[in-house]
Design a protein around this ligand. Structure first.
Ligand code: SMO
Length: 752
């Protein structure tokens, strides 16, 4: 069954509603849990007065029902799978069965005899077409061009080699299985292979190295590849209209404007001939941030055959050939003095990129390196990062995108250092946090941390967790033979920079439209944007129509990335509303339209997580007993949606910490190619999560808002790791890696 986890709102209704009766109780609970708690989105604000940080809840906004849910809950959403067009043809891909091989021949005779098969395309039919260029945030050390369909060689298992077009989905898939590809095996490069080509590097070298006799701790951390696993597998539908020479593409994406431009460029069409629609989307998490080969091939086929074609991925196809997340090996060394004052941080970060580079491929490495010191003042930095290719599926941003890796490395080192100094880990942190009076703070890596009171977040979390009492309790339980640990993590979450667009049109007091360049993939933007317009223009939220994810009705935009929709997209909306109000004051006649772009510097969310974990001494099974979490997302407009984002991120963070891992064997074959093998968290894996909020406004946007979508994936894994290590600390410094399986913990406890 293609469902299990992860919101993306109505995806579970629309694409899986029929199956819900048959699925196990835990999954239903999980889905309901997801429904109640996770589908909803971003932070937002209606008050522009900047206040001092406080630990009280946001403005007592009435909790709103999500506007989008009425249709979604009734099965009236329209997801990728739901797009129906007359005379629709179906596409299936022939994919490489080997990680690295020469293509000696492609034989389509048998496949072409399947009834309903219309045509099979290979690279020879396409000519030389390459995937789009990537975001040049880090310098590239060689050309990263990669063919849309494999030409003379394949570079990963799952790489598209041929495209089958048929009258039915079934015929297309059946025929794809009958295409014979003659491959001659070549040795593959695996992830982190030191002989694999280096694609890019980054470094931060700051300050004077501490003297050699300073205290230090070291660690090596592997953050395995994981799959974002949105509830809705990928889908793309494209329709070419010959008379008007117009291409319409339905593609669930975080970045409609960039997808439109990528498709237009590939096909050699002007933007005006490509209409991109991102319909309802069942979750994205970074996996829908960049176009993949399939998203380009489907429009190519539509135009070539002058028809309408659709591709819907299977779950296994997504696991095998979709963009994956994480994938790093990191070493770190923290130097400090006997008083527990940090002196220096040395780190080597090695990220894998897979066979080809999606648009944001270098972002995780760049983020991990630039935010590695976290909320701490570290005078000396010696950070070197590199990313290498591998004969495996591509790696791209995934909820957190380098931030989780950074938090995991620094927070592991911090707790080790505290144990070495014989200081309580809370005390050790307090001695090193960036103080609020230092804000805005320029970090050693050159980042501008805009605002925040990190020590207050730590104190608040400790108070709510009853940290001192819990430590005493831990001693008692340990004395009785239990294995119990408590782990902390502080995290920072840079929330996007750059620009976003909005167009607001005042028709009359009962009809206002707002169009945003930043669409939703389940977060609840309709509710948030409508409320924002309503509050700014003084109309009823119910009278505000929200448009997004459509390049014909929306202004060009950047998209929903890096927790930026409300902070930047929301600010663009406010700016456009102010423009409308000014025109109204000047007596403009109706309707009044204003289109604005808002450009922002990054806003930095942050928070503190404390986890208590018990490990069964007989089985090694970890149980998270308590999570206490303080998050500061700046000013908040919709507390319910923010809460949902935090819980959703937490579920994915817990999944990564305890369960999830994509595994390739030495030949580059994916071992975890189905949800029988890849362990997604379910309801019974998610413990109660206690969340409280602080609200330190960001000076970098009109709303004082910061991001919130990624926080759970950043802070929780690091705290969970520290809780497990603390639980086993009676054994000395035990090196643990994600996922924290019962087998790994049992082996650690029993000296294997
Ligand atoms: S990982 Mo996010 O979609 O920038």
């Amino acid at each position: 069954m293609d469902l299990i986890k992860r919101r993306g709102s109505g995806a579970l209704i629309s694409t899986t509603g029929a199956a819900i009766q048959q699925i196990p109780c835990t999954i239903v609970q999980f889905l309901l849990f997801g429904f109640l708690n996770r589908l909803w989105s971003n932070t937002c604000v209606n008050s522009y007065a900047l206040s001092t940080p406080s630990a009280t809840p946001a403005a007592n906004k009435q909790a709103l029902l999500r506007r989008e849910d009425n249709a979604l809950l009734r099965g009236q959403g329209q997801f990728g799978h739901d797009i129906q067009l007359p005379h629709l043809k179906y596409v299936a891909f022939v994919r490489s069965t080997q990680a690295h091989a020469t293509i000696n021949g492609i034989h389509t005779t048998d496949a072409l005899q399947v009834p309903g098969v219309l045509q099979i395309f290979t690279a020879a039919d396409l000519g030389v077409l390459h995937l789009p260029h990537i975001n040049p945030l880090l310098p590239l050390m060689h050309d990263t061009a990669f063919p849309v369909l494999a030409t003379h060689e394949v570079a990963y298992v799952g790489q598209p080699i041929a495209v089958v077009v048929a009258n039915s989905r079934h015929a297309a898939r059946l025929a794809a299985g009958l295409v014979e590809v003659d491959l001659q095996t070549l040795p593959p490069h695996n992830d982190f292979d030191n002989t694999a080509p280096t694609v890019t590097q980054t470094q931060h070298h700051v300050g004077t190295a501490p003297s050699a006799d300073a205290l230090s701790v070291e660690t090596k951390i592997i953050s395995p590849r994981v799959s974002a696993c949105p509830l809705e597998p990928r889908a793309c539908t494209a329709s070419w209209h010959e008379a008007s020479q117009q291409l319409t593409v339905w593609l669930g994406t975080q970045t409609p404007s960039r997808a439109q431009s990528d498709i237009a460029t590939l096909l050699g069409l002007p933007l005006t001939q490509v209409h991109l629609i991102s319909p309802d989307v069942g979750g994205a998490f970074g996996a829908r941030a960049s176009v993949g080969n399939e998203d380009l091939l489907v429009p190519w086929v539509a135009r070539h055959l002058k028809t309408a074609v659709q591709w819907v991925a299977t779950r296994s196809e997504d696991l095998l050939a979709g963009m994956q997340g994480r994938g790093s090996e990191m070493t770190g060394r923290l130097t400090f003095n006997a008083e527990g004052k940090m002196l220096g941080l040395q780190a080597g970060l090695h990220f894998t990129l897979g066979a080809w580079l999606p648009f944001s491929a270098v972002v995780p490495l760049r983020n991990a390196a630039r935010i590695l010191p976290g909320p701490y003042q570290v005078p000396h930095l010696d950070i070197d990062g590199l990313a290498t290719r591998a004969n495996a599926a591509p790696v791209n941003i995934y909820r957190g995108a380098g931030r989780p890796e950074a938090a995991l490395l620094i927070e592991t080192l911090v707790e080790k250092a505290a144990r070495q100094c014989q200081l309580d880990p809370v005390e050790f942190r307090q001695r090193n946090l960036i103080p609020p009076e230092a804000m805005p703070y320029t970090s050693g890596t050159g980042e501008c941390l805009d605002s925040g009171h990190y020590a207050l977040a730590l104190a608040q979390a400790c108070e709510r967790f009853q940290y001192t009492q819990q430590r005493a309790q831990q001693q008692l339980r340990r004395a009785q033979g239990e294995c119990v640990g408590m782990g902390l993590a502080l995290y920072i979450e840079p929330c996007g920079q750059g620009w976003e667009s909005a167009r607001v049109t005042w028709h009359d007091a009962h009809h206002v439209t707002v169009a945003s360049g930043s669409p939703a993939q389940g977060q609840g933007h309709v509710t948030t944007y409508a409320q924002l317009v309503a509050d700014t223009l003084g109309v009823e939220a119910g009278h505000v129509e929200v448009l997004m994810g459509d390049t014909q009705t929306c202004p060009p935009g950047t998209g929903a990335l890096a927790s930026r929709s409300t902070a930047i997209g929301g600010s663009a909306i406010v700016q456009a509303c102010h423009n409308v109000l000014a025109q109204k004051q000047n007596g403009a006649a109706f309707p009044i339209t204003a289109e604005e772009k808002f450009t922002a510097k990054e806003a930095w969310s942050y928070g503190c997580v404390i986890v208590r974990m018990q490990i069964d001494t007989d089985t090694g099974q970890p149980t998270i007993e308590h999570i206490e979490w303080v998050d500061d997302a700046g000013h908040v407009l919709q507390p319910t949606l923010v809460h949902g984002q935090l819980i959703g991120g937490a579920a994915q963070g817990i999944g990564q910490a305890l369960l999830e891992r994509m595994v390739y064997d030495a030949q580059g074959q994916l071992i975890t190619g189905s949800l029988m093998d890849y362990a997604l968290p379910r309801a019974d894996n998610i413990p109660p999560i206690h969340i409280s909020s602080m609200h330190t406004p960001s000076p970098h946007n009109l709303l004082g808002a910061k991001g919130v979508g990624e926080a759970g994936c950043i802070g929780l894994p690091a705290a969970i790791m520290n809780a497990a290590r603390d639980a086993l600390s009676h054994l000395g410094e035990v090196e643990l890696q994600f996922p924290l399986t019962s087998e790994q913990l049992w082996r650690a406890m029993h000296g294997h």
